[in-house]
Design a protein around this ligand. Structure first.
Ligand SMILES: Nc1ncnc2c1ncn2[C@@H]1O[C@H](COP(=O)(O)OP(=O)(O)OP(=O)(O)O)[C@@H](O)[C@H]1O
Ligand SMILES: [Mg+2]
Length: 288
């Protein structure tokens, strides 16, 4: 496995002796003849954003579902705060403190922000304590510096970024220690993406471990402390956020010969030629 050693210029990485809040060791999961995950290792520390990247079919969503209690792993071990755990169903995951925001967000369009935040966990089972729920919603969104126009706005009229914010805030109500976000910026424009990335940073500041699945290397680099690459259901490298595009693309595709690596090689060659007059210049390939 590849591990970069450069500093990322971000908040310091967790001290080496601190304990991961969540870790996987040798986790495998097959669907019939398809090996979706083979021998996966993963660690997430408190106050850390781990980006999970990989090509289509690499196993990212399967890994998320294993952690969310949707799929049972065939083998391997999951540890939560150092203890081996069996995440047999979604409520076990939530009970442990592992919250997942799936890509479809599962919000109710016709209900307002407060109702969506408390869906299924209304404060009083017999009588909805509207005042308390509204106060708690306001506090939470304020803590997250979320930009939601009104708590009484139906979710249908919110932007994509605001919906993502509501979904993330909802998952925080149960006070999890780890939050898993599947493609949180996939359908968002530039400003909304920035808003959601800011929100992820604030979730990290609250001390949570965050796992973020993403295809967007720019978003990943903007917010992740470490980048874990999956390829064909296996670990294929752990990188710091300073990793080059070339390194990441190579790890994701498994090919060291791709358009990014070829361009980098041409630039490196051109720089070497410029500083070493003895070398043979290749002007036609110097920079394209
Ligand atoms: N419920 C399932 N039944 C059968 N095969 C599945 C199931 N879920 C996933 N797979 C297979 O497992 C492999 C990994 O799929 P997965 O959805 O985890 O990939 P992914 O990395 O999330 O891809 P994408 O970026 O396209 O979302 C694929 O070959 C997929 O077809
Ligand atoms: Mg997926």
């Amino acid at each position: 496995m590849t591990t970069t050693t450069e500093s990322s210029g971000r908040p310091p990485s967790p001290p080496p002796d601190s304990q991961p809040v969540l870790s996987l060791h040798g986790v495998s999961k097959s669907f019939g003849a398809v090996s979706a995950l083979t021998d996966i290792d993963l660690e997430v520390f408190p106050r850390e954003v781990v980006a999970l990247v990989g090509d289509n079919g690499a196993g990212k969503s399967t890994l998320v579902k294993v952690l969310a209690g949707v799929h049972l792993p065939d083998s391997g071990e999951i540890r939560f705060e150092g203890r081996p755990v069996h995440v047999t169903d979604p409520s076990t995951a939530l009970g442990l403190g592992i919250a997942t925001v799936f890509q479809d967000l599962a919000l109710c369009e016709n209900l307002d922000v407060v109702a969506n935040l408390f869906l299924g966990q209304e404060l009083s089972p017999l009588r909805l304590d509207e005042v308390h729920m509204e106060t708690r919603s306001w506090e939470l969104l304020h803590e997250l510096s979320a930009r939601i126009p009104s708590l009484r706005t139906p979710v249908a009229s919110l932007s994509g970024g605001q919906r993502q914010t509501v979904a993330i805030a909802r998952s925080l109500l149960l006070d999890p220690k780890v939050i898993i976000l599947d493609e949180p910026t996939a359908a968002l424009g530039v400003a909304q993406t920035a808003e959601v990335l800011d929100l992820i940073e604030r979730v990290r500041e609250r001390g949570l471990g965050v796992i973020m699945v993403s295809h967007n290397m720019e978003d990943v680099r903007a917010v992740a402390d470490r980048i874990v690459v999956l390829r064909l259901g296996r670990n294929n490298g752990v990188f710091e956020a300073t990793a080059s595009n070339e390194e990441l693309v190579s790890a994701i595709t498994g090919a060291s010969d791709n358009s990014v690596s070829r361009r980098t090689a041409r630039r490196t060659q051109a720089a070497a030629d410029a500083t070493d007059p003895a070398s043979t210049p290749t002007p036609t390939e110097a920079d394209s």
